[in-house]
Write a protein that binds this ligand. Structure first.
Ligand code: AMP
Length: 268
């Protein structure tokens, strides 16, 4: 059973956790490294996105990954390339509102990777929860025959979600960036205390962000995990999704809220 882990490289433990999961369930395991120009707006960080190809390749060898697929932009998008794949309804909100066209770039490249590699399983992180939801919908809608596996978020000891973009943070910003995790945790504590009103949960979250002047919230929403529509009361599976700028660096994070025996479990 072929397993695929798509990445943009600058690999960290979050990526490695997906590869270890793939190794335990699949053989061979294919990892792709492709910094996909189509998912970056002209104003974004495509040119300076961290690239660490040699270190990545060594890490993949040490992990026992079977194949590395690292195409060039010209190989993926030869002259005359014209097709865009869009998952309508899920792609325009949240990240999609702040980054128009971003998810069309993601779904276009992921469909190509799935077509090229033909994996039975493809592994994604809940770190990018909206992306994972959109890709699962694409796989279903287009009968891709690939099962989409979504794995937990790996975090630094102080809670910051691992991200290739964390290298952009200076020491002060790195300290301030824990506000994302702390804000989700504040909402989690409110849920544990019985709060079910998303507006109140988001108020608790905002208080933490607002106390950190270096962090500017882009959005924070509590949405149904299937529809990604805001919920009026906690019901079923929900996500707390947020994006914030820490200095010039844009970071995202989220928490999963699941029903659990008359109450809710919140997983960061
Ligand atoms: P990227 O290289 O940022 O495109 O990420 C490649 C894959 O790794 C995506 O499915 C991400 O959701 C996943 N990923 C990134 N960061 C983490 C993390 N901290 N924990 C778990 N998965 C992650």
């Amino acid at each position: 059973m072929v397993g695929l882990v798509p990445t943009m490289g600058a690999l960290h433990e979050g990526h490695f956790s997906l590869m270890r999961a793939a190794k335990s369930e699949c053989a061979p395991v294919v990892v792709s490294i492709f910094v996909n120009p189509k998912q970056f707006a002209p104003s974004e960080d495509f040119q300076k996105y961290p690239r660490a190809f040699d270190a990545d390749r060594t890490a993949l060898e040490n992990l026992g990954v079977d194949y590395l697929f690292a195409p060039t932009p010209e190989e993926m998008y030869p002259r005359g390339f014209r097709t865009t794949v869009a998952v309508e309804g899920l792609s325009e909100k949240l990240e999609g509102r702040s980054r128009p066209g971003h998810f069309q770039g993601v779904t276009t490249v992921v469909l190509k990777l799935l077509e090229i590699v033909q994996p039975s399983l493809a592994y994604f992180g809940r770190k990018d929860a909206q992306q994972a939801r959109i890709i699962r919908q694409m796989a279903l809608d287009l009968n891709l025959g690939t099962h989409i596996v979504v794995r937990p978020i790996l975090r630094e000891p102080d809670g910051l979600a691992l991200s290739s973009r964390n290298v952009y943070l200076n020491a002060d910003e790195r300290r301030a960036a824990t506000a994302l995790y702390r804000s989700l945790n504040a909402a989690r504590l409110e849920v544990m205390a019985g709060e079910r009103n998303p507006a109140h949960l988001l108020a608790a979250l905002r208080r933490v962000i607002d106390a950190e002047p270096a962090v500017v919230l882009d959005y924070a929403e509590i949405v149904d995990a299937e529809t990604l529509e805001p919920v009026e009361i906690l019901r079923g599976e929900c996500l707390i999704l947020l994006a914030a700028k820490v200095g010039k660096t844009r970071l995202i994070d989220n928490a999963l809220i699941e029903p659990d025996n008359q109450t809710f479990r919140v997983t960061l």
